[in-house]
Design a protein around this ligand. Sequence first.
Ligand code: CA
Length: 431
Amino acid sequence: MFQPRLYSLLVGSALFLSACTAPPNAATAASPTAPVAAPTQSADPAASAAAAAAAAAAEPSISFEAWRDTFRNKALAHGVQPALFDRAFANVSVDDSVVKADRSQPEFTRPVWEYLDGAVSPLRVTKGKALLTQHSGILRSIEQRYGVDRQALVAIWGMESNFGQFMGDKSVIRSLATLAYEGRRPQFAEDQLLAALLILQQGDIQPERMLGSWAGAMGQTQFIPTTYNSHAVDFDGDGRRDIWTSSTDALASAAHYLQASGWQFGQPWGYEVALPSGFDYAHADADIRKPLNEWIALGVKVPAVAVRADERASLLLPAGHRGPAFLVFNNFRAILRYNNSSSYALAVGLLSERFDNGGQVLGSWPRNDLPLSRSERIELQERLAQKGLQPGAADSIIGANTRKAIRSYQQQLGWAADGYPNHELLKQLRN
Ligand code: CA
């Protein structure tokens, strides 16, 4: 039996997609289901490259009504019926709470271990186990049809909407109209709004019942409208794709999406590993994918789980070299397609294993090493730039360029080059 604890003094960690940057409601442009305000995604260290890239929204130069009339012409040109448009927009006005959520850039971020504590809670594990039993027949059918493991589906269901309990109670049309009118990414919102109107026109749902998050993520799967249009399915056979009230349709739709994202049935998302003494943490980067046997040749100690030797994996160090280390495979990347956040994908992976009484993280998290605040991350970037290390724009987002700059600086210092921004590093830069 694999025992990472034995190696705990040697285990390193670094960061995968980016560091603890995401504001709680950070949008992820690449995410099929986001931008989502779901609390489960809030802490995500990896979430927000795109969100922060969005500049502060400009004040609209026209009235909402004038914008709506212009958009109406566009929608009609895309095949939306005038009567449908007018019904969907009846009484729709700007939702100030949506504007506020869109512009929010919180100063503090939850650390990844707190995020996982909430996401993979004992209550959620217990509920998920019960639902796996309750829905075993339909989950078997979905597995057979789409080749996606039931534990992963139920984990995603739990993460997205707490198994259908929290889907958001905002009008999707109103939220998206608000974001198209004065959001930070108006074109994205307008595309989603058009997709939402086409969903209504197909008759899958009535306008009053099309509810979701402030960002327009809908139903038990928290699909944005374009993802709904390409992947939602009617699995219970009532003629409507209903991800709001049919858990069968919701689970099958999630499976359909994961299938399209390259899910491999029966394969692990990843697993915790132990790293050897003197390991070069520069290998721990989302952009680096090596066959499993190369990781083993580098001294990475892997558990006894059947994975092909040439299966490609990345090394994930969610809390830097002082925290647990994971090798992540193809299915982890499929989960990232659902929500482009390494913390989210890690939570889904661990939760899915907890349903079978696995998924315990054996390495210890550096619980005293709190994430940098937003202003501290900006300061870090400014100071790295002053040293000529080219971390990219000082936008608080720890993306590839910032990680690379951090690694260069860590290497200059002779520190573990995990690319992870922490207080120790900032303190050193201030000297
Ligand atoms: Ca249905």
